[in-house]
Design a protein around this ligand. Structure first.
Ligand code: ADP
Ligand code: ZN
Length: 643
């Protein structure tokens, strides 16, 4: 069909004013519309039959049309946005095999497991296969038995594999996690640079590069290094509306963390991020002692332990992983219900990436962080002592300061976050702490003056604990020793609590009026910027940390159960647990993660609808033909027995 059109066009009369040319053009247009519609119909039919979903989301339809028609595309979509379908559906609609490049073994395995569950012929090739299995996969490629092959970049560019592809009919290259090609990004993989040869070796095969990294620098790198200058760029909104963002002032981080988990996620899977390996081990042991199923993850563990822990998190229900930043890329688990930070991440980008691992399935999820003065100090110090070139440090500093600003804001957090990525959210979101429990700000000029004066009059040699004692007029041994009860500032702040002064100092450090001396045991120094504030020439607004919220964050609400990501009646909650148990049994027997059987969202629909027959079950989102056939009876039986 396509060949016919080309011949028709070529044979058309070249004269613009001639009716024949116009008629020919019209026919070509109609035919190409028919082709597109054909592709679109097939794509939608595939979405419904194979995946059991009703409609495309966001820009999926446009991207899929474009790729099916043979165009190159660069897709920027947030985590959970639905990138996989953007290449999987073209792979199923276009004749031939699609080659998917993916940097991580675990990710490949997961995606292939999920595809097989929906009845698609997919396989992967990477270093985890022994030579016999690898040879079998290569045979399947050569015989044209597969719709999709996932392959590690270093494997793809071997002469042997490229020759194999040249002998096969390749319909598409998908370059997943395409930001790995960028040195600017956090996951640079030199092997990705070699992928530019695909365009030279297979000039007619469409390529689609996908990433959830939003910044311009990375995007430009992807376009340049992967030879994608002419690709159509699709940028989706980076908002994750189902994530509730919360930042609580850090007071007793462990208790606050536990209260958050116990109150909201008593049965849920989640990730707790810590800065250091030691803290990961401590926190994991402590949470385990509270009775949760917990695994640690950091680069100090041997590869085998790391893999086993990750596997337990992915294949279990309600497992918490406590981890450093080493954990997360390629984790596709859709029902991570919370991501908690007990330490500040290193940049706004890192925060967005890490919190983005919550709620891929679109159901409500939490991003929770405990933040305090010590975080600001630790992260700034880490940056200052880094040996990176000055230019890199400058950029990193900007990214860290943006995150500190996000923590300190009294405005809608989502607006601040999206704004950082160049997106405007016209109204406050209604789903972050500052929207849900608005934060007051007040004229902090006098308070700031007092706090800065205490630093000045004690000789810029003390940390916040002592300074707060001075302000509040608390007589301690240290106060007496240094005669600080004799100075003018002693006791001028007795009307405020320790926590309130702590909050003021944190904000003054965050805003750059004070600096913490790392050699001098955390002594505070005035910066140049402090002068005008100290002299009363410059006003300053401060945020009144919501002390009630902090107190609440210290108390676990007993009796709150968590579990199902929606409030269910006791009877429905019971059915939900039975369905989860059925799913776990099916998953265990195949050694796959439970969510590749059905997502939580599908189980919740089963709870809501209580289907009595296969037809009704087949109508629910996430139930395609293959899964209906495999699992329909088992789940219908659970519903029936539940009554
Ligand atoms: P990404 O790779 O962008 O992080 P995924 O491709 O893993 O996102 O998709 C996120 C989740 O959304 C998956 O659970 C997927 O099944 C689901 N999903 C994707 N597209 C649709 C759609 N059109 N309708 C319903 N669910 C979808
Ligand atoms: Zn908000």
């Amino acid at each position: 069909m396509r060949r016919n059109i080309i011949r028709f066009t070529a044979g058309g009369h070249p004269c613009n004013s001639c009716g024949l040319f116009n008629r020919t053009r019209k026919i070509v247009e109609i035919l190409s519309q028919v082709l597109t519609r054909n592709g679109r119909d097939k794509a939608l039919e595939t979405l419904q039959r194979v995946y059991g979903y009703d409609a495309f989301r966001g820009q999926q339809a446009g991207i899929i049309d474009h790729v099916i028609a043979g165009g190159d595309a660069l897709v920027l979509m947030p985590t959970g946005g639905g990138k996989s379908l953007c290449f999987q559906i073209p792979a199923l609609v276009r004749p031939g095999i699609a080659v998917v490049v993916s940097p991580l073994i675990a990710l490949m395995r997961d995606q292939v497991d999920a595809l097989r569950q929906v009845g698609v012929n997919a396989a992967y090739l990477n270093s985890s296969l022994d030579w016999r299995d690898a040879a079998e996969v290569e045979r399947q490629v050569a015989q044209g038995e597969l719709d999709l092959i996932y392959v590690a970049p270093e494997r793809l560019v071997t002469p042997r594999f490229l020759e194999l592809l040249e002998r096969s009919r390749v319909c598409l290259f998908a370059l997943d996690e395409a930001h790995c090609v960028s040195q600017w990004g956090h996951d640079f993989r030199p092997e990705y640079l070699q992928l530019s040869i695909l365009h030279e070796r297979f000039p007619t095969v469409p390529r689609v590069a996908l990433t959830a990294t939003a910044d311009e620098q990375t995007r430009a790198d992807i376009q340049a290094r992967l030879n994608l200058g002419d690709a159509k760029v699709f940028i989706d909104s980076f908002d994750r509306p189902n994530i509730t963002y919360r930042v609580v002032p850090k007071q007793e981080p462990r208790r606050q963390l536990w209260s958050f988990i116990q109150t909201h996620h008593a049965e849920d899977a989640g990730i707790v991020y810590c800065l250091s390996r030691a803290k990961v081990d401590d926190t994991a042991a402590w949470l385990a002692a509270q009775g949760r199923d917990v695994v640690p993850y950091h680069a100090g563990l041997d590869a085998q332990t790391r893999e086993a822990n990750q596997d337990r998190f992915i294949k279990g229900e309600g497992v918490i992983v406590v981890a450093t930043v080493a954990f997360g890329m390629g984790i596709d688990k859709p029902n991570v219900r919370f991501v908690a930070h007990v330490d500040l991440p290193k940049s706004m980008e890192a925060y967005y990436q890490e919190t983005g691992r919550a709620g891929r399935d679109g159901l409500p999820a939490d991003a929770w962080m405990a933040y305090g003065l010590s975080d600001v100090v630790a992260m700034r110090q880490m940056l200052e002592s880094s040996e990176a070139p000055a230019e890199v440090k400058r950029v990193e500093k900007h990214k860290l300061e943006a995150l500190i600003g996000f923590c300190e804001t009294a405005e809608c957090r989502r607006q601040v976050l999206l704004n950082y990525f160049g997106e405007v959210l016209p109204a406050p979101c209604g789903n972050c702490d500052t929207c849900l429990e608005p934060v007051e700000t007040f004229d902090g000029s006098i308070v700031a003056q007092k706090a800065l004066a205490a630093v000045y009059r004690t000789g810029q040699m003390f940390g916040t604990g002592h300074l707060i004692d001075v302000l509040r007029g608390t007589v301690t041994e240290k106060i007496t020793k240094f005669n600080h009860d004799q100075i003018k500032t002693f006791g001028v702040g007795s009307d405020m609590t320790k926590q309130e002064w702590g909050s003021v100092y944190r904000q003054l450090v965050a805003a750059g009026f004070l600096k913490v001396d790392h050699e001098g045991y955390g002594a505070l120094h005035l910066t140049q910027a402090a002068g005008p504030v100290l002299k009363g020439q410059q006003g300053i607004r401060l945020r009144r940390d919501n002390q009630a919220a902090v107190k609440k964050s210290l108390r676990a609400q007993r009796g709150a159960k968590g579990g199902a990501p929606a409030a269910l009646s006791p009877a429905d909650d019971d059915l939900w647990h039975k369905l989860r148990a059925c799913r776990m049994e099916l998953a265990r027997s195949q050694g796959v993660p439970p969510y590749v059987i059905f997502h939580d969202s599908t189980l919740l629909e089963i709870v809501r609808v209580k289907p009595r027959d296969a037809w009704r079950l087949g109508q629910l989102p996430g139930v395609g033909t293959s899964k209906l056939e495999r699992y329909g009876d088992a789940f219908l039986e659970v519903v029936k027995r539940h009554g």
